[in-house]
Design a protein around this ligand. Structure first.
Ligand SMILES: Cc1cc2nc3c(=O)[nH]c(=O)nc-3n(C[C@H](O)[C@H](O)[C@H](O)COP(=O)(O)OP(=O)(O)OC[C@H]3O[C@@H](n4cnc5c(N)ncnc54)[C@H](O)[C@@H]3O)c2cc1C
Length: 569
């Protein structure tokens, strides 16, 4: 029987596997990387609507141009029927009016950095896997891993379905939902949410798009009904994914098949009916359960879990692929730093903390979305149970604090936010989803005093340029404050003066021409997050003028939907 040795064996050739393999070869071309994929690509897969962060990762990997050349629809955002009313509203990464009718294929610059793709996974996953192979990964398709051999907490080898034995220095579980290595290593999972949904979908040919902007620009549609919700995602110029999600309990009690429920949901949605009146359905109806979970461990002495093998959050936030790409990139950087003699336990701890936090935040956020949706008229008991189990209150400020349990400071993005959503966007979102919008933590105060005592100085990992760098941060009560990037700048500014105008004057002098309206807004968000996490104490002080910081519900990013340019329905 054949036996192989390699530096890194990656099980699974989906987006996490190919991203991890691609980065390994990009930054360490001499390493030997083997990707084992059970299927022969192209193959269909769910998970089509992306977030802009993926563009940055694809660009760093060097594959963005190829993805762009495939002509996938450009996602500028989404239209939602969700929240405290049944009105439609839009969440735009790039404000509608700012979208230029630029020719395609475009370049990863300007407006394209603020948009995302909606991808047909049969094409997308193949582009990525082929690219990883071109970079030098050995890719074996139709090569299912049958067995993971272990000794204690170390993986000793893999055995393929055809008996081939593989030994590697590192093993990466990128098997998605099946979590092959995770199970073999007896890693338990936590299911922190009571959300237990099932999904069913068909692909459609020649559906109209709800919105058509320039060349290939559009929004996804997320439309809730009384008992579930529908996604409408164009994934190529003529192919659209239309899915239906409802609680598993509702499905069981309905006495209908998932396909019958799907057909009923589609028939009940007039907005959709108009879009599919000239469309044809493909043959295959697919169903899955989408129960959120997070692995209790994501790294061992010579193995890592990436993507959906490490955790999954309900698809309402379209975040799975973003988490998969981001985590896989970090896994690759960790392995490369380890080869340079890096401190594996420290890197592994950082890898786990970041990735676990991301998944948990998304799960928490999904709980909030479901509970906040008053359109779920038939699911009140279900959504109340979710909120009760999660300890979630629905007033804007309470919800905001609850959402921020894992912290508002995104080390990854070095900006303030949560679940990859910036803090100011989160404010207007709570306005849509809560009974009352959240208020700013700055408003009405005049001085902002850094409160850093009792914090321990620690090193946190920054994953960049194919390696892992140690950066200085403060840790207190399980929360981290980076002393670099925008947060570090804000700490220095407030140490200079707790009066905001003087603090920003300090920033202006430090940053010179780079100081602009955008940076001012980002730093204000950082300050908001630092107050919410107790790193800064706001006070009213004598005659010092109070800061006015009002948070409008309607913003360029999140606003009431109006049938606008290019809107087909
Ligand atoms: C209903 C639903 C809707 C979703 N919608 C979205 C969305 O809109 N946006 C979004 O970002 N995410 C979405 N997701 C999540 C998204 O599908 C996943 O996050 C993403 O596919 C994870 O990528 P991955 O590479 O980790 O796993 P996968 O894409 O599942 O890839 C795993 C690969 O491993 C292979 N494999 C498995 N076992 C073996 C084995 N034993 N040997 C060899 N190979 C193996 C599989 O064949 C597969 O190709 C959705 C998920 C669901 C369930």
């Amino acid at each position: 029987m054949e036996s192989l040795t390699t530096d890194v064996a990656i099980i699974g050739g989906g987006p996490s596997g190919s991203t991890c393999g691609g980065f390994l070869k990009k930054y360490q071309p001499d390493s030997k990387v083997l990707i084992l994929e059970r299927e022969q690509f192209p193959r269909d897969h769910i998970g089509e609507s992306q977030l802009p962060l993926i563009g940055r990762i694809l660009d760093e990997l060097g594959v963005w141009d190829r993805v762009e050349a495939a002509g996938f629809p450009v996602k500028i955002g989404g239209t939602y029927r969700w929240g405290t009313t049944d009105d439609l509203w839009d969440f735009d990464f790039l404000p509608f009016g700012q979208f230029d009718d630029a020719p395609r294929p475009g370049r990863y610059e300007g407006q394209r950095k603020r948009t995302a793709f909606q991808v047909d996974r049969s094409a997308y996953d193949k582009i990525l896997l082929d690219y990883a192979e071109e970079l030098g990964c050995e890719v074996r398709q139709r090569s299912a891993v049958r067995e993971v051999r272990r000794k204690g907490d170390r993986v000793e080898g893999l055995v393929l379905a055809d008996g081939t034995e593989i030994e590697a220095k590192w093993y990466v579980d990128a098997t998605g939902h099946s979590g092959l290595l995770r199970r073999a290593m007896d890693v338990e999972i936590d299911e922190p949410s009571s959300l237990k949904n099932v999904a069913g979908w068909y692909y459609w040919r020649n559906a109209e798009w709800a919105v058509s902007l320039g060349v290939g620009g559009t929004r996804i549609q997320i439309l809730s009904l009384g008992y579930g919700w529908i996604w409408f995602i164009p994934i190529s110029p003529d192919r659209t994914s239309i899915g239906f999600v409802c609680p598993a309990d509702h499905y069981k009690k309905s006495g209908l098949s998932m396909e019958e429920l799907y057909r009923r949901a589609i028939a009940e949605e007039p907005r959709l009916q108009r879009l599919i009146q000239n469309a044809t359905r493909e043959d295959r109806f697919t169903t899955t359960k989408d129960w959120s979970f997070v692995a209790n461990r994501m790294a061992g002495p010579n193995w890592l879990l990436v993507g959906e093998a490490a955790g999954f959050a309900d698809p309402i936030l379209s975040a799975g692929m973003t988490l998969a790409h981001a985590g896989a990139r970090e896994a690759a950087f960790l392995i490369m730093e380890a080869a340079r003699g890096g401190n594996v336990p420290w890197m592994a701890e950082n890898y786990e903390r970041r990735n676990e936090r991301r998944v948990r935040q998304h799960i928490r956020f999904a709980d909030y979305w479901y509970k906040a949706n008053t359109n779920f008229t038939d699911l009140k008991e279900y959504t109340s149970e979710i909120a009760r189990d999660a300890g979630l209150e629905l007033s804007g400020d309470q919800a905001f604090q609850w959402l921020g349990t894992g912290g508002f400071i995104e080390e990854d993005m070095e900006v303030a936010g949560l679940a990859l959503i910036r803090l100011d966007q989160l404010h207007s979102l709570t306005g849509r989803l809560s009974e009352a919008p959240a208020t700013s933590s700055l408003d009405g105060y005049s001085v902002f005093l850094p409160h850093l005592s009792g914090a321990e100085q620690v090193k946190v990992a920054r994953f960049e340029n194919g390696g892992v760098k140690a950066m200085v941060a403060l840790r207190r009560d399980g929360k981290f404050l980076p002393l670099y990037g925008l947060f570090g700048l804000m700490v220095d500014a407030l140490k200079f003066s707790p009066l905001l105008n003087e603090a920003f004057g300090f920033v202006q002098r430090t940053m010179g021409d780079a100081f602009n309206h955008e940076l001012h807004a980002r730093l204000t968000e950082c300050l908001d997050a630092m107050i919410r996490e107790g790193w800064v104490r706001p006070k009213k002080f004598g005659e010092a003028p109070a800061v006015r910081h009002e948070l409008p519900m309607e913003t360029a990013a999140i606003h009431q939907h109006t049938p606008d340019r290019g809107d087909g329905v």
